[in-house]
Structure formats: structure tokens, C-alpha cells
Design a protein around this ligand. Structure first.
Ligand code: PEP
Length: 250
């Protein structure tokens, strides 16, 4: 089954309002006309509206970096999926920085997944093992736990996206080898098949994330299981990001 690769930029807590708009414009200029790939950016919450305006009429998709599971309520500092409806196409769910610094668990990621889907958004569901877990040969056990709990009774569709992001590769400059990434993503796809059906699993885009740069992207994307990337640091440079998008287009 051929899947259209998807390259999404996670801008994390970077840019101010002006920089966000300038980066959106630079990205759209550079990726417009690249065929056979989808590109998206995930700016900080306060700038989503400005980003949407800056991307209007382009094919660049817009993602939020998180979403709460309730539609509204006394949850200071959170943003609900209903607030993102009509604004963002995607929401990143379960990113390792959320798990590491903000007490995100498999269970809260599961609640957020259900909520974004019920509000018409698509998830980019992140999972991945730590260095210690990989060194202890526990990678598959960890991925299986995160997937089983994360996807529990989630109405998964082929439009939902997964990002395999080994924690040891995020922001470290030390990307997984293309073989490591392909093997882990193949494992994830088989398990998604068990959980939601083989046909849906075959259609689901599974990105690799972790120190993807312009110079290692082509090698990663040459692997059959890797359907694009979730890109952190390199997505803040429009030229580097566009080069990664181009590499995913093949
Ligand atoms: C990320 O934040 O999801 C990520 C993969 O970051 P980086 O590309 O900087 O490793």
C-alpha cells in the first residue's frame, strides 16, 4: 500500500508572533509545488490564528502541540480540542517532552486522543523508548505498552498519524539509524494491525522523529516503513525543513 509521507514541524516553545508568521510564509513559499508529500507546522498555541492566516490558500497543514480531553472547564493553562476546531488540522498527543516534564501518561494520552478525534481533529500520537529502555532490550515492550494503553478504545482511522520518537534521539543530534527506525516502525505497524485491523494499519502514516535533519532525511525516508517525520529543531529553519519535505517526496 502506498502512503503519502507527512512531514510535520514541531516548533515547541519557539518563535514570537512576528517570527511565527515569517516562518509560516517562508515554509509555504519553499514547499509549495512539492508533490507526493504533505507538510505541516505546529506553532505555539498563541500564534495558531496568525499562522492559519499566514498559511491561508496553501497546502501546508496546521497542528497544535497538545489538546486537553475536556471541551471546557476549570483546567487552568490547558487548551481544549473544541477551541482548536476549525483552527488546527492536527494535534500532537503524548510527546515525550509532555511525558517527561508534565506528568503525561499513557492514560492521559489516551484521553486526549479520544477527545481530539471526537472534535474533528487528527492526532499525531507520539511514542518511543528511552535510552535505558533500549539498552535493556525493552524497546518493543515499551512501545507495546504505550500503544495498547494509548489506543485503548480509540476510534482510530487511517487518517490518524503516529510518530515513533525514541526519547534518546530527540534534540540530541543522535538520530536513530534508518534500520533501527524502520524496525521499530514495522513493529508498531504490526501491533496497530492487531489493535485496529491490518487494513487500517497499512494505511496509517507512521513518522520517525528524533534529530531529523536535511542530511539524514533521505536515508531515513528510503526505508519502507517510514512515512515522513516529526521534526523539531530543523523545522525552525525554513530551508532545512523544505529540504526534509523534498526528501520525503522522493
Ligand atoms: C520533536 O520534538 O518531536 C523532535 C523530534 O525534535 P528534534 O527533531 O529536535 O530531535
Amino acid at each position: 500500500m502506498s502512503r503519502t509521507p507527512f512531514v510535520a514541524g514541531n516548533w515547541k516553545m519557539h518563535t514570537n508572533a512576528e517570527e511565527c508568521v515569517a516562518l509560516c510564509r517562508a515554509v509555504r513559499e519553499r514547499v509549495e509545488g512539492i508533490e507526493g508529500v504533505e507538510a505541516g507546522v505546529c506553532p505555539p498555541f498563541p500564534f495558531l490564528q496568525a499562522a492559519k492566516a499566514a498559511l491561508k490558500g496553501s497546502s501546508v497543514l496546521l497542528g497544535a502541540q497538545n489538546a486537553h480531553w475536556e471541551a471546557q472547564g476549570a483546567f487552568t493553562g490547558e487548551v481544549s480540542p473544541s477551541m482548536l476546531r476549525g483552527l488546527a488540522d492536527y494535534a500532537i498527543i503524548g510527546h515525550s517532552e509532555r511525558r517527561q516534564y508534565f506528568c503525561e501518561t499513557d492514560e492521559t494520552a489516551n484521553k486526549r486522543l479520544k477527545a481530539v478525534l471526537s472534535h474533528g481533529l487528527l492526532p499525531i500520537f507520539c511514542l518511543g523508548e528511552t535510552r535505558d529502555e533500549r539498552e535493556a532490550n525493552r524497546t518493543e515492550e515499551i512501545l507495546e505498552r504505550q500503544l495498547r494503553r494509548g489506543l485503548d478504545v480509540v476510534p482510530w482511522t487511517p487518517a490518524c498519524v503516529i510518530a515513533y520518537e525514541p526519547v534518546w534521539a530527540i534534540g540530541t543530534g543522535l538520530a536513530a539509524t534508518s534500520e533501527q527506525a524502520n524496525e521499530a516502525i514495522g513493529f508498531i505497524r504490526r501491533l496497530v494491525g492487531e489493535l485496529v485491523g491490518a487494513e487500517i494499519a497499512q494505511a496509517t502514516r507512521i513518522q520517525y522523529g528524533g534529530s531529523v535533519k536535511a542530511d539524514n532525511a533521505a536515508e531515513l525516508f528510503a526505508q519502507p516503513e517510514i512515512d515522513g517525520a516529526l521534526v523539531g529543531g530543523a523545522s525552525l529553519d525554513a530551508d532545512a525543513f523544505a529540504a526534509i519535505v523534498r526528501a520525503a517526496a522522493g
